[in-house]
Design a protein around this ligand. Structure first.
Ligand code: CMP
Length: 138
């Protein structure tokens, strides 16, 4: 699997830093092969984050993810799932390494600027969640 699903989250779209994030992605040699700006419904966000539905932060997460625009994108590159997770940095920005997107831009563990798929299986499912085959130009 040389593709992964990325989401630029509402805290980042509202601060007008989506270009800055895309610039980091592209400088790392990763290609953005599909991209759209959308507003998630509560149903979509709840379905997307279903694996977290028992977590204490689930309701806040759904409120936040539906609070504004997000940019969903398909990224392509060698070992891109792992590579993008490295570039994003740790979920908690306090633990993210220098130079990562979250270290640079995340506001908190929740408002952490970006999402990236964490496995090959999830990447496939998450890409199919947002994109039709003919919307992805490899
Ligand atoms: P993400 O990588 O998209 O996966 C699940 C999201 O839930 C995560 O980024 C954060 O936005 C949010 N999240 C994860 N852990 C916590 C937490 N402990 N408290 C609040 N939000 C969290």
């Amino acid at each position: 699997m040389n593709k992964t699903l990325s989401i630029i989250k509402p805290d980042a779209t509202s601060r007008n830093i989506t270009g800055a994030i895309n610039s980091i992605i592209e400088k790392e040699g990763i290609k953005i092969i599909a991209q759209k700006r959308i507003k998630l419904s509560k149903e979509q966000a709840s379905e997307f984050y279903k694996i977290h539905e028992d977590k204490p932060f689930f309701n806040d997460l759904i409120e936040y993810m539906t609070s504004g625009a997000v940019i969903v994108q398909v990224l392509q590159g060698d070992d891109v799932i792992n590579k993008y997770r490295e570039i994003m940095g740790a979920t908690n920005p306090e633990k993210a390494k220098e130079g990562t997107i979250r270290k640079k831009f995340a506001l908190s563990i929740q408002e952490n600027a970006v999402h990236g798929s964490d496995s090959s299986e999830n990447a496939g499912n998450e890409i199919n969640f947002f994109f039709k085959e003919n919307e992805i130009i490899t």
